[in-house]
Design a protein around this ligand. Structure first.
Ligand code: NI
Length: 141
């Protein structure tokens, strides 16, 4: 699986983007608001912004209020990297293989605003922490 981006939890999007700019990162996107329900009553409630430096892409993630997916983690762990996202060609097949490998699903596949509605899922496993999978067909962007 190819690394797509590193998810980086921040408190404030603007100050984080400025700090990453000092580190040589340039914006790939503007600020993206992801507060769309996944259809099962859950929603991530985050602000996102992608920045890139020499092929390494970080996804800045800031909570939108206390019911955000990441509000609790930000309180307990503070700012910093917290997931690595991998691009896969077939999300359902990858999830099945990883479940067989004892990965636990944190968030079932749902369309991601940041990826034009492509499905993403989050999993966790001892020794690896949180992993995100995004479905990107071969030859896609
Ligand atoms: Ni991500």
């Amino acid at each position: 699986m190819k690394v797509d981006h590193i998810g980086y939890l921040v408190k404030d999007m603007d100050s984080a983007a400025a700090a990453f700019a000092e580190l040589g990162f340039v914006p790939v996107t503007g600020v993206i608001r992801d507060d769309v329900s996944d259809g099962a009553g859950a929603c991530r409630n985050v602000l996102l912004r992608f920045m890139e430096n020499g092929g390494t892409v970080v996804e800045l993630v800031a909570p939108l209020g206390e019911n955000s997916d990441v509000a609790g983690r930000l309180r307990s762990c503070g700012e910093g990297p917290y997931h690595i996202c991998y691009a896969v060609e077939d999300l359902a097949a990858s999830l099945e293989a990883m479940r067989a490998g004892k990965w636990r699903i944190l968030r079932r596949p749902s369309p991601a605003v940041a990826f034009g509605g492509a499905p993403v899922a989050f999993l966790v496993k001892k020794g690896a922490g949180i992993v995100e999978l995004v479905e990107k067909p071969a030859g896609g962007v």
